[in-house]
Ligand binder design. Sequence first.
Ligand code: ADP
Length: 474
Amino acid sequence: MEILHVSAECYPVAKAGGLGDVVGALPKYQQASGHTAKVVMPMYRTKFLMDNEWDVVHKGYTNLGDWWFTYTVIKERTNKLGFDLYLLDINGLLDRDRIYGYSDDPQRFTAFQISVVDWISAWKHKPEIVHVHDHHAGLIPFMFRYCYRYKHLQNIPTILTIHNAEYQGWMGWDKSNYIPAWDEWKSGMLEWNNTINPLASGIKCAWKVTTVSHSYLDELKHNSNGLEALFEYEKGKSSGILNGIDTKVWDPAVDTYIQDHYSIEDYEEGKLRNKKILCDRFDLQIDKPLIVFIGRLVGEKGADLLPQAVGDSFYYIGRKMNFLILGSGFPAVEAQLNGLQALSRKDYSVYIGYNETLSHIMYAGADFILMPSRVEPCGLNQMYAMRYGTIPIVRNTGGLRDTVIDFGDPGGYGVRFNNTIVGDITQAIWRSVELYQRKEKMKEIREKIMQLDFSWETSVKQYLSLYESIVVQK
Ligand code: ADP
């Protein structure tokens, strides 16, 4: 089967979060299972672009409303990622330093999608599946179905995977001329709550919709930033497929970001060596449990509660643990977390920013990882952490609910709490600190979580059977 993935992110080319990880890994595993998987994404000005060699495979000319432009598709020469990687360049629009966050993002991603569809039109054969990810590629199923000039692409089955439904790519109707002429009777397929909503359009027009965990799909019917009724209505074609993790990249025995490697055989010493690196660098105490947070400092992740949760833990539980936080996001949260540094008694530190290397050392060296998320579509951190023998402390939501069982329940191995409130977080930290004292139990849990199977193989099979259910028989 030939599958074309369309995405705004793909690790290691450009990643802002889980979307990048998934699009960097899923195609690799699909390719390894005997299929042809390709990825096309915008050509940002990234290190990966500069460091690799590229062939121009297509040049096209198309328009975004009245603006006509040339676009170029380049392909990485050596198949470095284990699948064909294509970058699409639109001069001045996509070739920027950051992935998102520009005022003209609607233009950027609409022009990207139009160019992708235009490029597919030029292929001699057609892909059997076009798999689009999140709202940045959400208009493609609509274009295939209803734009006059792409009528010949109508029969290509499309799948939309939702990694995050909070962001929907809203555009006012004043921008409707961006989208190539379509059958006006179908305007409803673009629209939700009086705006053009690319994510809603993708949900309506894609042949199948998936979310990155089962629980997240259930929750979206009750809480999805305005799309609740749509998720309920389209439930017949929707399913949840849990992300896997790239066990070749995320493996403490070979991880290229860490120096002190370890496996299930020698994890106790290995984790301790990594913990020491963190304790030395951040002035923490090695004999106390190390609780880390890694992620975007935004409301979805419950990051706004971290400063008080840290303060309350020290106050109510005592200074029995270390905290180390890595992330960036809301300036107010960053400032509060930085402020706490002054109160540290060699038991608290924070690194504001994005740092891939540090994150890997933290997965390896930490005892616990805290994830007080309000919303967590799948969550990769808890799966990475477990592979590195780090116990997850998670809120009972989305993918966290699907991957972590509380150690108090039969067969359990993590710490789970119900509400994103400081009291619940502090209580979960307290339970974790107590658990840390029980050496045998800690050992049992660590050995168990390091061996849990979160590899892509299972998810790849589920995606393939979904593709098979819609692929057009020739
Ligand atoms: P989301 O995509 O919602 O941000 P996920 O759990 O799906 O959350 O993916 C988060 C990914 O981003 C993980 O690989 C995590 O290690 C990484 N990450 C997040 N913030 C940082 C940071 N500040 N530095 C390094 N890696 C980070």
